[in-house]
Design a protein around this ligand. Structure first.
Ligand SMILES: Nc1ncnc2c1ncn2[C@@H]1O[C@H](COP(=O)(O)OP(=O)(O)OP(=O)(O)O)[C@@H](O)[C@H]1O
Ligand SMILES: [Mg+2]
Length: 258
Protein backbone atom coordinates (compact mmCIF):
# COMPACT_ATOMS: atom_id res chain seq x y z
CA UNK A 1 0.00 0.00 0.00
CA UNK A 2 1.63 3.22 -1.18
CA UNK A 3 0.59 6.47 0.45
CA UNK A 4 0.85 9.72 -1.49
CA UNK A 5 0.11 13.27 -0.27
CA UNK A 6 -0.77 15.87 -2.90
CA UNK A 7 0.61 18.93 -1.25
CA UNK A 8 1.42 22.53 -2.05
CA UNK A 9 1.07 25.45 0.34
CA UNK A 10 -0.32 27.44 -2.54
CA UNK A 11 -4.07 27.43 -3.13
CA UNK A 12 -5.74 26.65 -6.43
CA UNK A 13 -2.96 24.63 -8.06
CA UNK A 14 -5.25 21.71 -8.95
CA UNK A 15 -4.52 19.49 -5.94
CA UNK A 16 -8.12 18.27 -5.61
CA UNK A 17 -8.61 17.99 -9.38
CA UNK A 18 -5.41 15.95 -9.61
CA UNK A 19 -6.36 13.66 -6.69
CA UNK A 20 -9.58 12.74 -8.51
CA UNK A 21 -7.92 12.20 -11.87
CA UNK A 22 -4.90 10.29 -10.58
CA UNK A 23 -7.17 8.12 -8.41
CA UNK A 24 -9.45 7.50 -11.41
CA UNK A 25 -6.54 6.49 -13.60
CA UNK A 26 -5.10 4.13 -10.97
CA UNK A 27 -8.56 2.62 -10.38
CA UNK A 28 -9.05 2.05 -14.10
CA UNK A 29 -5.78 0.10 -14.09
CA UNK A 30 -7.28 -2.31 -11.57
CA UNK A 31 -6.11 -0.79 -8.30
CA UNK A 32 -8.21 -0.18 -5.19
CA UNK A 33 -7.81 3.24 -3.67
CA UNK A 34 -8.59 5.11 -0.52
CA UNK A 35 -8.67 8.88 -0.96
CA UNK A 36 -8.59 11.00 2.17
CA UNK A 37 -10.07 14.49 2.24
CA UNK A 38 -7.79 16.50 4.53
CA UNK A 39 -9.06 19.95 3.56
CA UNK A 40 -11.89 21.59 5.58
CA UNK A 41 -13.15 23.10 2.29
CA UNK A 42 -14.32 19.50 1.63
CA UNK A 43 -14.04 19.90 -2.14
CA UNK A 44 -12.98 16.29 -2.64
CA UNK A 45 -15.85 14.99 -0.50
CA UNK A 46 -18.39 17.16 -2.33
CA UNK A 47 -17.11 16.02 -5.72
CA UNK A 48 -16.85 12.28 -5.06
CA UNK A 49 -19.97 11.92 -2.93
CA UNK A 50 -22.32 14.15 -4.94
CA UNK A 51 -24.31 11.11 -6.08
CA UNK A 52 -25.21 10.21 -2.47
CA UNK A 53 -28.66 11.31 -1.32
CA UNK A 54 -27.42 12.23 2.14
CA UNK A 55 -24.14 13.57 3.45
CA UNK A 56 -22.16 11.02 5.48
CA UNK A 57 -22.88 11.36 9.21
CA UNK A 58 -19.25 10.77 10.24
CA UNK A 59 -15.99 12.07 8.86
CA UNK A 60 -12.24 12.34 9.39
CA UNK A 61 -13.13 14.67 12.28
CA UNK A 62 -14.34 11.74 14.43
CA UNK A 63 -11.37 9.64 13.29
CA UNK A 64 -8.91 12.37 14.31
CA UNK A 65 -10.73 12.94 17.60
CA UNK A 66 -10.55 9.17 18.11
CA UNK A 67 -14.29 8.86 18.69
CA UNK A 68 -14.95 6.68 15.63
CA UNK A 69 -13.27 3.69 13.99
CA UNK A 70 -11.94 4.66 10.54
CA UNK A 71 -13.44 1.44 9.10
CA UNK A 72 -16.92 2.71 9.99
CA UNK A 73 -16.32 6.10 8.39
CA UNK A 74 -14.87 5.12 4.99
CA UNK A 75 -17.48 5.13 2.21
CA UNK A 76 -17.36 4.00 -1.42
CA UNK A 77 -17.53 6.82 -3.96
CA UNK A 78 -20.35 6.18 -6.46
CA UNK A 79 -18.98 7.36 -9.83
CA UNK A 80 -20.90 7.75 -13.08
CA UNK A 81 -18.89 6.16 -15.87
CA UNK A 82 -19.29 7.01 -19.53
CA UNK A 83 -22.58 5.77 -20.98
CA UNK A 84 -23.92 4.64 -17.58
CA UNK A 85 -26.65 6.63 -15.90
CA UNK A 86 -26.24 4.77 -12.61
CA UNK A 87 -23.15 5.54 -10.57
CA UNK A 88 -21.07 2.54 -9.49
CA UNK A 89 -18.06 1.43 -7.46
CA UNK A 90 -15.00 1.86 -9.69
CA UNK A 91 -12.53 1.08 -6.91
CA UNK A 92 -12.35 4.40 -5.05
CA UNK A 93 -13.27 4.68 -1.37
CA UNK A 94 -13.14 7.96 0.50
CA UNK A 95 -12.58 9.11 4.05
CA UNK A 96 -14.76 12.23 3.87
CA UNK A 97 -14.49 15.51 5.73
CA UNK A 98 -16.62 18.56 6.51
CA UNK A 99 -16.13 22.16 7.57
CA UNK A 100 -15.79 21.37 11.27
CA UNK A 101 -12.44 19.79 10.46
CA UNK A 102 -10.88 23.24 10.80
CA UNK A 103 -11.25 22.95 14.59
CA UNK A 104 -9.27 19.69 15.00
CA UNK A 105 -6.12 19.67 17.10
CA UNK A 106 -4.56 16.23 16.69
CA UNK A 107 -3.53 14.54 19.96
CA UNK A 108 -0.16 13.60 18.41
CA UNK A 109 1.71 13.64 15.09
CA UNK A 110 0.66 10.04 14.46
CA UNK A 111 -3.14 9.95 14.89
CA UNK A 112 -3.78 9.75 11.15
CA UNK A 113 -0.92 7.31 10.57
CA UNK A 114 -2.32 4.95 13.22
CA UNK A 115 -5.84 5.26 11.83
CA UNK A 116 -4.64 4.41 8.31
CA UNK A 117 -2.67 1.46 9.68
CA UNK A 118 -5.89 0.11 11.22
CA UNK A 119 -7.80 0.08 7.92
CA UNK A 120 -9.00 -3.50 7.35
CA UNK A 121 -9.82 -3.36 3.64
CA UNK A 122 -6.85 -3.80 1.34
CA UNK A 123 -5.89 -0.82 -0.79
CA UNK A 124 -3.12 -0.45 -3.35
CA UNK A 125 -2.91 3.31 -2.83
CA UNK A 126 -3.91 5.91 -0.29
CA UNK A 127 -4.04 9.47 -1.65
CA UNK A 128 -4.37 12.50 0.62
CA UNK A 129 -5.87 15.76 -0.64
CA UNK A 130 -4.13 18.39 1.49
CA UNK A 131 -5.23 21.90 2.47
CA UNK A 132 -3.15 24.75 1.04
CA UNK A 133 -1.23 25.47 4.25
CA UNK A 134 1.08 23.90 6.79
CA UNK A 135 -0.44 22.96 10.17
CA UNK A 136 -0.32 20.32 12.90
CA UNK A 137 -2.75 18.45 10.73
CA UNK A 138 -0.43 18.58 7.72
CA UNK A 139 2.32 17.07 9.88
CA UNK A 140 -0.10 14.19 10.57
CA UNK A 141 -0.59 13.74 6.81
CA UNK A 142 3.12 13.79 6.04
CA UNK A 143 3.79 11.37 8.91
CA UNK A 144 1.25 9.01 7.31
CA UNK A 145 2.70 9.26 3.77
CA UNK A 146 5.42 7.56 1.74
CA UNK A 147 5.57 10.28 -0.90
CA UNK A 148 4.74 13.94 -1.42
CA UNK A 149 3.52 14.83 -4.90
CA UNK A 150 3.47 18.54 -5.70
CA UNK A 151 1.16 20.07 -8.30
CA UNK A 152 2.23 23.62 -9.20
CA UNK A 153 0.57 26.25 -11.36
CA UNK A 154 2.30 28.38 -13.92
CA UNK A 155 2.92 31.63 -12.02
CA UNK A 156 5.85 33.86 -11.32
CA UNK A 157 5.79 32.51 -7.75
CA UNK A 158 4.74 28.95 -8.62
CA UNK A 159 7.75 27.38 -6.94
CA UNK A 160 7.89 29.70 -3.90
CA UNK A 161 6.63 27.01 -1.58
CA UNK A 162 8.95 24.39 -3.05
CA UNK A 163 12.07 25.28 -1.04
CA UNK A 164 9.94 25.40 2.09
CA UNK A 165 8.55 21.95 1.29
CA UNK A 166 12.03 20.50 0.88
CA UNK A 167 12.92 21.99 4.30
CA UNK A 168 9.74 20.58 5.86
CA UNK A 169 10.46 17.10 4.48
CA UNK A 170 14.07 17.30 5.75
CA UNK A 171 12.87 18.32 9.23
CA UNK A 172 10.33 15.47 9.36
CA UNK A 173 13.05 13.03 8.31
CA UNK A 174 15.65 14.40 10.74
CA UNK A 175 13.27 14.53 13.70
CA UNK A 176 12.25 10.95 13.05
CA UNK A 177 8.60 11.87 12.49
CA UNK A 178 8.87 10.22 9.07
CA UNK A 179 12.44 9.12 8.29
CA UNK A 180 11.48 7.56 4.94
CA UNK A 181 9.31 10.36 3.53
CA UNK A 182 10.24 11.02 -0.08
CA UNK A 183 9.34 13.70 -2.62
CA UNK A 184 7.84 11.98 -5.65
CA UNK A 185 8.08 15.10 -7.77
CA UNK A 186 6.63 18.36 -9.00
CA UNK A 187 4.33 18.66 -12.01
CA UNK A 188 2.87 21.74 -13.69
CA UNK A 189 -0.88 22.07 -13.98
CA UNK A 190 -3.23 24.45 -15.83
CA UNK A 191 -0.42 24.76 -18.38
CA UNK A 192 -0.63 26.25 -21.88
CA UNK A 193 2.20 25.25 -24.16
CA UNK A 194 1.50 27.96 -26.75
CA UNK A 195 2.17 30.66 -24.13
CA UNK A 196 5.83 31.61 -24.08
CA UNK A 197 5.46 32.57 -20.40
CA UNK A 198 4.29 29.05 -19.55
CA UNK A 199 7.18 27.51 -21.47
CA UNK A 200 9.57 29.83 -19.63
CA UNK A 201 8.18 28.79 -16.22
CA UNK A 202 8.44 25.15 -17.27
CA UNK A 203 12.12 25.62 -18.12
CA UNK A 204 12.76 27.44 -14.83
CA UNK A 205 10.89 24.79 -12.84
CA UNK A 206 12.81 21.98 -14.52
CA UNK A 207 16.04 23.72 -13.55
CA UNK A 208 14.98 24.38 -9.94
CA UNK A 209 13.52 20.94 -9.30
CA UNK A 210 16.07 18.88 -11.24
CA UNK A 211 15.26 15.17 -11.07
CA UNK A 212 12.11 15.94 -9.12
CA UNK A 213 10.49 17.61 -12.13
CA UNK A 214 7.91 15.63 -14.11
CA UNK A 215 8.29 16.19 -17.84
CA UNK A 216 4.54 15.59 -18.23
CA UNK A 217 2.45 18.74 -17.73
CA UNK A 218 -1.34 18.98 -17.38
CA UNK A 219 -2.84 21.32 -19.95
CA UNK A 220 -5.40 24.01 -19.15
CA UNK A 221 -8.77 22.72 -20.36
CA UNK A 222 -12.45 23.04 -19.51
CA UNK A 223 -12.78 19.26 -19.18
CA UNK A 224 -10.31 19.38 -16.27
CA UNK A 225 -12.37 22.15 -14.68
CA UNK A 226 -15.36 19.83 -14.85
CA UNK A 227 -13.62 17.14 -12.77
CA UNK A 228 -14.69 18.70 -9.48
CA UNK A 229 -17.98 20.02 -10.80
CA UNK A 230 -19.19 16.60 -11.98
CA UNK A 231 -17.15 14.44 -9.59
CA UNK A 232 -15.93 12.29 -12.45
CA UNK A 233 -12.31 11.38 -13.25
CA UNK A 234 -11.38 12.36 -16.82
CA UNK A 235 -10.52 8.78 -17.78
CA UNK A 236 -14.17 7.87 -17.13
CA UNK A 237 -15.67 11.12 -18.39
CA UNK A 238 -13.65 12.18 -21.47
CA UNK A 239 -11.24 9.26 -21.90
CA UNK A 240 -10.07 10.24 -25.38
CA UNK A 241 -9.37 13.90 -24.57
CA UNK A 242 -5.87 15.32 -24.59
CA UNK A 243 -6.10 16.40 -20.94
CA UNK A 244 -7.20 12.90 -19.87
CA UNK A 245 -4.15 11.66 -21.76
CA UNK A 246 -1.94 14.14 -19.86
CA UNK A 247 -3.06 12.57 -16.58
CA UNK A 248 -2.52 9.04 -17.97
CA UNK A 249 1.06 9.90 -18.93
CA UNK A 250 1.63 11.58 -15.56
CA UNK A 251 0.49 8.41 -13.79
CA UNK A 252 2.82 6.34 -16.03
CA UNK A 253 5.68 8.61 -14.98
CA UNK A 254 4.64 8.37 -11.30
CA UNK A 255 4.53 4.57 -11.40
CA UNK A 256 7.99 4.48 -12.98
CA UNK A 257 9.35 6.57 -10.14
CA UNK A 258 7.82 4.61 -7.26
N1 LIG B 1 -6.11 21.54 -16.12
C1 LIG B 1 -6.95 22.51 -15.74
N2 LIG B 1 -7.41 23.41 -16.64
C2 LIG B 1 -8.24 24.40 -16.27
N3 LIG B 1 -8.69 24.60 -15.01
C3 LIG B 1 -8.26 23.74 -14.07
C4 LIG B 1 -7.39 22.65 -14.38
N4 LIG B 1 -7.14 21.97 -13.23
C5 LIG B 1 -7.84 22.59 -12.27
N5 LIG B 1 -8.51 23.65 -12.75
C6 LIG B 1 -9.37 24.60 -12.00
O1 LIG B 1 -8.55 25.34 -11.13
C7 LIG B 1 -9.23 25.62 -9.91
C8 LIG B 1 -8.42 25.06 -8.73
O2 LIG B 1 -8.41 23.65 -8.81
P1 LIG B 1 -8.49 22.74 -7.51
O3 LIG B 1 -9.65 23.10 -6.69
O4 LIG B 1 -8.33 21.35 -7.95
O5 LIG B 1 -7.16 23.27 -6.79
P2 LIG B 1 -6.69 23.04 -5.27
O6 LIG B 1 -5.20 23.14 -5.31
O7 LIG B 1 -7.28 21.81 -4.74
O8 LIG B 1 -7.31 24.32 -4.55
P3 LIG B 1 -7.34 24.58 -2.95
O9 LIG B 1 -5.96 25.02 -2.59
O10 LIG B 1 -8.38 25.65 -2.79
O11 LIG B 1 -7.72 23.28 -2.30
C9 LIG B 1 -10.60 24.96 -10.03
O12 LIG B 1 -11.52 25.93 -10.46
C10 LIG B 1 -10.38 23.90 -11.10
O13 LIG B 1 -11.56 23.60 -11.80
MG1 LIG C 1 -8.33 21.47 -2.99
Amino acid sequence: MKKIALFNQKGGCAKTTSVINIAGSLAKRGNRLLVVDCDPQANLTKALLMELDEEPTQSIVEVMNQTADINEVIVTAPIRTRGNANPKDIGIDILPTNRTMATITPASDYVLKEAIASVRKEYDYVIYDCPPYMSEFTVNILAASDYVLVPATVDADSLDGYGELIDTVSVLQAEGINPTLDILGVFLTIYTDRESFDRYIKMQSAETCGDYFFSQTIRRHTYAKQTRLFGRPLCYYKPKSAVANDYESLVDEMLNRM
